[in-house]
Ligand binder design. Structure first.
Ligand code: ATP
Ligand code: MG
Length: 510
């Protein structure tokens, strides 16, 4: 069967709920239009001759599918609910935003209980959609509350086709090639239908031919919206490549092997799907650099969740923000998700955690890591690894725990060459090997600083860079492994027993 013909998840879930015969269904979502469409599609799917579908709003009252009024707005929610109770024969009643009446009126709550008793097994269904989830105690057993998931890939593809058809009159043409549609569907993942509509219209305004040329507009819109909505998920553009990392052959080999698994796409079984890595190590040894290269290596978009933002309180309670961000990311799989300085959010040892928020975030994260959507690869980085609880490091959560140690002699020279080349200098005449003994215990960041310092000196003296500039710089840099010897040693000895080095141990390690 072609991918486009698959039943979207939200439709399947809606149809299942109706099929299960629950007379009152409360759908928590701001997307009421989408609920109306899902109800129409679900009845088409379930019944040979679909029952009538009514819709109620406080301003319009109860109307039929073609808009004719059956109970005026003046009768209020109570009048419309009376109609439901007395309706003969199967029907679906979609009530928009009934939460307010449920909060304010005991009569409405009572009437809902009547509806449960009178509608069960009669083919009549009351569907409440609301951006607010409110269930009075009296009704907890009578209604089923569900969160409407974001539209999945199949729903987005279907939506794109409908949207393009509705814009056809204004000259919009959709490239219906399957692989193009797939790419558009992927680009819109993580957005609601309304947001997808904005993104598609924005792309169409720039170029009425919706197709591969639209991708930059769709992606840009998506990245802006995701950032605005969650406040904590950031898309990383131009993230970097594996060959910009000096050394780390073990990590590189591991990633290149996993790339093959991602290329298998849907054939991948749950057991072998790559889940993610935890990358710990000394500050400045290329953890962030390595994560940035993973997206490029797997040909997946890279997103970063900012733990500091989550705990800033600017986006509501940290726990809720964290959970919502993780869920949003699941809707955007396949992707690489980077948690930078994860110990910020995961450590359960902090004194500040009197409310237990960190503990709960940690518990959620551990379960989520095992259950999250396939194709979402988590790359977490940590400095204060000793703060991470043992459960976090245990096998099964992450595929591998890597340790980015201080680079060995050969790695240091490679890093130096990479940074010279990156800035347009040929390393050969600069006798990089002369730096070997003078850079013992240095991090990658310190080597980069040495290169930058040498280039600056040469520039200021208005001459070309020479080997001695690099050598002179080495005297000016005091490495972290000296200034913070104890802390660096603590991290190294702690990690070397618990994680795989990104490079094999060899001579020249500080
Ligand atoms: N192995 C390396 N190869 C090339 N450059 C490196 C390497 N390690 C570090 N660098 C350089 O040092 C800079 C700092 O590295 P990076 O930010 O990745 O370190 P980090 O381990 O994430 O540090 P922190 O813990 O402070 O966040 C990088 O931008 C990069 O230019
Ligand atoms: Mg970093």
């Amino acid at each position: 069967m072609s991918k486009t013909k698959e039943i979207p998840r939200a439709l399947r879930e809606t149809a299942d709920l109706i099929d299960a015969g629950r007379p009152i269904i409360y759908i928590h979502t701001p997307e009421e239009e989408r609920v109306a469409l899902l109800l129409r599609q679900a009845t088409d799917l379930l019944f040979d001759s679909p029952p009538p579908l009514y819709s109620w709003t406080e301003t319009e009252g109860l109307v039929t599918a073609d808009g004719s009024s059956v109970v005026g707005a003046a009768a209020g929610p109570r009048g419309a609910l009376d109609f439901v109770v007395n309706h003969e024969g199967p029907a679906l009643f979609h009530f928009h935003d009934l939460h307010r009446a449920m909060q304010e009126s005991e009569e409405v709550v009572r009437r809902l209980r009547d509806i449960y008793a009178r509608c069960v097994d009669t083919g009549r269904f009351l569907i409440i959609s609301s951006p607010v989830a409110y269930v009075p105690d009296e009704l907890t057993r009578d209604l089923v509350l569900i969160e409407l998931p974001l539209p999945d890939f199949d729903e987005l593809k279907e939506f794109t086709q409908r949207e393009a058809a509705s814009l056809a009159a204004s000259g919009v043409v959709l490239d219906t090639d399957e692989s193009t549609l797939n790419q558009i569907g992927r680009a819109l993942q993580g957005l609601t239908l309304n947001e997808s509509r904005h993104a598609l219209r924005r792309a169409a305004a720039n170029n009425p031919k919706l197709g591969l040329e639209s991708m930059p507009y769709l992606l840009e819109e998506k990245h802006l919206l995701v950032k605005k909505k969650t406040g904590v998920i950031e898309y990383i553009a131009n993230p970097g490549k594996l060959d910009e990392i000096g050394g780390a052959p073990v990590l590189k080999k591991w990633l290149l092997e996993r790339r093959k698994l991602f290329e298998m796409g849907d054939q991948l079984s749950r057991e072998i799907v790559p889940k993610g890595i935890l990358l710990m190590g000394v500050s400045g040894c290329g953890k962030s650099l390595a994560v940035k290269a993973i997206g490029t290596c797997f040909s997946l978009p890279l997103y970063r969740i900012d733990m500091i933002e989550i705990f800033s309180g600017r986006h509501g309670n940290p726990e809720g923000t964290f959970v919502a961000a993780c869920k949003t990311m699941e809707e955007m799989a396949p992707a690489v998700l980077w948690f930078d300085e994860i110990e910020m959010g995961i450590t359960s040892k902090s004194d500040a955690d009197s409310s237990g928020t960190l503990g709960r975030i940690f518990a959620f994260f551990l379960t989520w890591m095992q259950e999250k959507a396939r194709g979402l690869f988590v790359a977490a980085t940590a400095n204060r690894i000793d703060l991470l609880p043992a459960e976090m490091i245990r096998k099964g959560r992450f595929d591998e725990v890597f340790f980015a140690d201080l680079p060995n002699e050969d790695e240091r020279m490679e890093i130096c060459r990479i940074h010279l080349q990156k800035r347009g200098f040929d390393p050969a005449p600069l006798e990089v090997d002369r730096l070997r003994q003078f850079t013992k215990g240095w991090t990658g960041a310190e080597i980069e600083q040495c290169v930058v310092g040498a280039i600056t000196t040469a520039k200021l003296a208005e001459r070309t860079l020479v080997a001695d500039d690099l050598l002179n710089q080495t005297g000016k840099i005091v490495p972290l492994s000296q200034t913070m010897r104890e802390q660096v040693e603590h991290i190294r000895s702690w990690a070397l027993d618990r994680a795989i080095r990104t490079a094999p141990r060899s001579r020249g390690v500080a």
